[in-house]
Structure formats: structure tokens, C-alpha cells
Design a protein around this ligand. Structure first.
Ligand SMILES: *Cc1c(COP(=O)(O)O)cnc(C)c1O
Length: 420
């Protein structure tokens, strides 16, 4: 069940009227439900506890999906670990109270200072994506005298059948070590100073709606673990990445967590490794929306445009991936008649549009809309293009809410460019 609900035709999040929040904070503004975030996290936890009761596991929230400190604090209090992809994210997750020994670090290009930071913090494992990174890490770890726990990211060469810009597990993608080289690279890692290979990791893509790619990848990973053990290597951790999708359109049928967990039980659990998963989108995606005002309704001869005060810089996914976010009115009209609108932002780019030919109740200037399912890869991807300040973020909890990122103004931005 969604925490977004209409009460007397007014869109609420949990028990807060979103029109009140918009009035007090201004728009555009991101709003998130604490309860939905926790429910999404607990769905994984309960499923793992049900199907994998004898297996040790860590849910490392992929914090690039939404890394607001207050969101991370919710995850920390719920017992989650974190999957990070930069030194900045490491600083964030530690600040929010996620223990270093539950942090895994992914990414194809980590800098020297980021690797040093991770080693000094004592994180659980560094997910290494190339032979070159292995040798750099070995040098850095030797110099500072801290041993590195390493999982090798394997590219299992399966097609996740998702959008081409978020598929990561085909051999032509930049991610991970090619499957055919993984066995040799693992043995090479064993021989390197200050490196302890602890296991394998994979992440084949995002917004997966089909279980088969997971199954194929899991089978390949299990085969590799067995081969490595036969060669005398220790393989204690297996990290399965993230990727379970959310519902953006009614036709979306994301992989079910129960089906996913059953696959893990069948194929991965028998290996006896500590299992890590890194869900991102499925934790925060449907917990958030971007509230925006209709500035103008512009009627042409053949189309009418609703011009919002939110733009591609605030929510980049439509421009970046042709993604669709459902658009809900915050005050639902009693009449049932619908009209067609092109829903667009004010930025000087044709790609700055949220939906074409959207059926909406009649709109007018000043109407408040919600761009739904924006809790993941929303605020974190925003930019200040067109010198538009980053928008505030609000966390709802029952009938209370608070600002968790304050509104920027233009002076905040210009202050970084002072030249006297
Ligand atoms: C982005 C990413 C994730 C999270 O993916 P979702 O589709 O949001 O669950 C997990 N692991 C890695 C390595 C990633 O890059």
C-alpha cells in the first residue's frame, strides 16, 4: 500500500496534507515518507529472515538513490549497512551513524584519496572492478599499513533487459571484471601484498522487471565460487548488488522480493557465504514525490502545455532516460472530465519535459501537482542548471513533517564563486 493517499480529495503523504507543506515550504519541494522507506526496507528483511533463516546477510542500502542524511539515519536506525560509490558518500553514511563494518564501496573509478579514506575508516569490503585498481589498492594499502578486504566485481555478461543507460552486467558495459578473467584475477589478488580477497560481487542493472537475468547471473557466480574454492581460494562473501525495480507505470511488473529471495535461497545460500544485497531504488523510490506548481497553461492551436516550476534540473530522469513519473493533482477535482497536456518545465531545453499528451483534470495556474515515485534518483541527481537553486527536501512521519534539506537561494550559490 502506498503512503500517498487522498483524504477529502486532498493528496496526503501519511497523514500530512501536501498542500500545507507546499504552502509553508514553497515549491518545488521533495517530500518523503519515513514509514514507506521503513516498510520497503523491512520487506527485504522479513523475506530474507523467512527464506534464509540460517544464513548471515547484510542489506547495504545503495545510498546513491537518496543520500540525504536524515534518510540515511532512518536506514542506520533500522540496522542497514550502505553501498557507497564515492568518498563523499562514505562521509555521509558514517555521519548518519551507519557503522563502517557494514559499508561496501563500489564503482569503476575510485581515487587514491577515496581508497585511503575507505581503508582508514575500516569498511567491510572494497568492491574492486579491475586489475589496475587492484594493484593501486595494494600499493596504497601497503604504504599506509592497512590490509584491504576486497571483493572482485564480476561482470556476469547477462542482459538485465532494462533501459540501456542503467544496464551494467553485459560484457560491453564498463563495469566489473569480465567473467572469463575473473578466476585468474582472483588468484592474482591472493598474491598481492596487503590485499585479502574475501569474495565476489555483481550488480547487473537497475529497474529489473524480469527474474531470469538474476537467475543467470546467480548461476554464473555460484559456479565461479565453486571453481575458486576448488583451486584453494577462500570465498566468504557474495554480494548480489541491487536492481529490483519499482512501479512507475501501471504496466510495470517489477521482480517480487519473495521470488528474488527464493532464488537466493536456491542458488546462493548453499555456498555458505555471507550474503550482501544492495537495493536502492526499491527502498526510497515510491516513498517520495516532487511537489510542483503549474505556472502557466499555454494553449496552442494543436496542443496545450502545462508549464511547471519544477524542471529537468530538479528531476533529471525524464530528460536522462525518457523516464515517466506519474503526475497526480494535489487537489483532485470532483468532475471526471480529462484534457490532454504536455507537462513541461521552464528550462531552455526541449528535453525539459515530464510527459506528452498526459490526461489530466483541467489545470490552471497555481494548481499543485505531485511528480510521483521520485524518492530515488530524484534530489540526488539534481543540478543548478540555469542557476536554479537546489530545492528543499521534507520528511513526513505520521502527522508531522520537517525540513531535512533547507531551501537554497541564489546567494548560497554565488558565495562559492566569490572572487575578491
Ligand atoms: C546503483 C547501484 C545499486 C543500486 O541499484 P538499484 O537499482 O537502485 O537497486 C547497487 N549496487 C551498485 C554497485 C550500484 O551501482
Amino acid at each position: 500500500m502506498s503512503e500517498f493517499n487522498y483524504q477529502n480529495n486532498q493528496l496526503h503523504l501519511e497523514n500530512c496534507n501536501l498542500s500545507d507543506i507546499a504552502k509553508q515550504v514553497g515549491t518545488p519541494v521533495y517530500v518523503y515518507s519515513k514509514k514507506q522507506i521503513l516498510d520497503n526496507f523491512n520487506a527485504y528483511k522479513e523475506s530474507f529472515d523467512q527464506y534464509l533463516s540460517d544464513t548471515s546477510y547484510t542489506i547495504c542500502y545503495a545510498c546513491k538513490a537518496n543520500s540525504n542524511l536524515h534518510v540515511l539515519k532512518i536506514m542506520a536506525d533500522a540496522g542497514a549497512g550502505a553501498d557507497i560509490v564515492s568518498g563523499g558518500e562514505l562521509t555521509r553514511v558514517l555521519r548518519a551513524g551507519i557503522p563502517a563494518n557494514k559499508v561496501v564501496y563500489s564503482g569503476v573509478g575510485k581515487s587514491r584519496s577515496e581508497l585511503e579514506q575507505a581503508l582508514k575508516a575500516g569498511i567491510f569490503q572494497i568492491n574492486v572492478e579491475s586489475k589496475e585498481e587492484l594493484s593501486d589498492l595494494s600499493n596504497i594499502a601497503s604504504e599506509i599499513g592497512i590490509n584491504a578486504s576486497v571483493a572482485l566485481r564480476v561482470n556476469p555478461d547477462v542482459d538485465a533487459k532494462t533501459h540501456e543507460k542503467i544496464t551494467t552486467g553485459k560484457k560491453e558495459n564498463k563495469f566489473g571484471i569480465e567473467f572469463d578473467n575473473a578466476y585468474d584475477t582472483y588468484q592474482h589478488a591472493v598474491s598481492l601484498p596487503a590485499i585479502t580477497p574475501v569474495g565476489l560481487t555483481m550488480h547487473i542493472g537497475s529497474q529489473l522487471t524480469d527474474l531470469a537475468p538474476f537467475k543467470n547471473a546467480f548461476l554464473r557466480m555460484a559456479e565461479l565460487v565453486t571453481d575458486l574454492r576448488d583451486a584453494g581460494c577462500t570465498v566468504d562473501h557474495i554480494d548480489l548488488g541491487g536492481g529490483i525495480g519499482v512501479i512507475y507505470e501501471d504496466s510495470d511488473k517489477p521482480v517480487s522480493i519473495a521470488e528474488y529471495t527464493k532464488l537466493v535461497q536456491e542458488i546462493i545460500a548453499p555456498l555458505g557465504c555471507h550474503i550482501i544485497i544492495e537495493p536502492g531504488r526499491s527502498i526510497t523510490g515510491n516513498a517520495g514525490a516532487l511537489l510542483t506548481d503549474v505556472m502557466y497553461v499555454k494553449k496552442g492551436n494543436s496542443r496545450q502545455f502545462a508549464i511547471l516550476n519544477a524542471a529537468m534540473n530538479d528531476l533529471a530522469r525524464p530528460a536522462l532516460y525518457d523516464a515517466y513519473h506519474p503526475i497526480w493533482p494535489c487537489h483532485k477535482s470532483e468532475q471526471g472530465n480529462l484534457e490532454k497536456y504536455d507537462i513541461v518545465g521552464p528550462v531552455c531545453e526541449t528535453g525539459d519535459r515530464f510527459s506528452l499528451n498526459e490526461d489530466m483534470q483541467p489545470l490552471k495556474s497555481g494548481d499543485l501537482l505531485a511528480l510521483m515515485v521520485s524518492g530515488a534518483y530524484g534530489a540526488v541527481m539534481s543540478s543548478t542548471y540555469n542557476t536554479r537553486p537546489l530545492v528543499p527536501e521534507v520528511l513526513v512521519d505520521g502527522n508531522e513533517w520537517k525540513i531535512i534539506r533547507r531551501k537554497w537561494d541564489v546567494e548560497d550559490m554565488l558565495a562559492l564563486e566569490n572572487f575578491d
